[in-house]
Write a protein that binds this ligand. Structure first.
Ligand SMILES: [Zn+2]
Length: 90
């Protein structure tokens, strides 16, 4: 029995996509994530402490994921359903 080893895995550097930690507008680090959907008690408490921002239940097509507490800018827009990936060909 000859077992051909499936060693064809590419050594890919798995870089976790980090969201920007700074406000693109004012450069502040006072960035909190925006939570959408039904506000759980924990989320409400965190929002009261200023740890997160509640985006509410109204979810649109694209929602900002980050909120700058310094200037109020909301950024890091991304589609909620990120299953479809546009192919970028150069
Ligand atoms: Zn800002």
């Amino acid at each position: 029995m000859s077992g051909s080893s499936a060693h064809a895995r590419r050594m890919k550097k798995t870089r976790p996509k980090r969201t920007p930690k700074r406000c693109p507008k004012c450069g502040s680090h006072e960035i909190v994530p925006i939570m959408y959907g039904y506000p759980m008690p924990e989320a409400m408490a965190a929002a009261n402490e200023g740890k997160i921002k509640l985006g509410g239940c109204l979810v649109g097509e694209r929602n900002p994921q980050k909120h700058c507490k310094a200037c109020g800018t909301e950024f890091d827009f991304r589609p909620l359903q990120a299953t479809r990936r546009p192919r970028l060909k150069k």
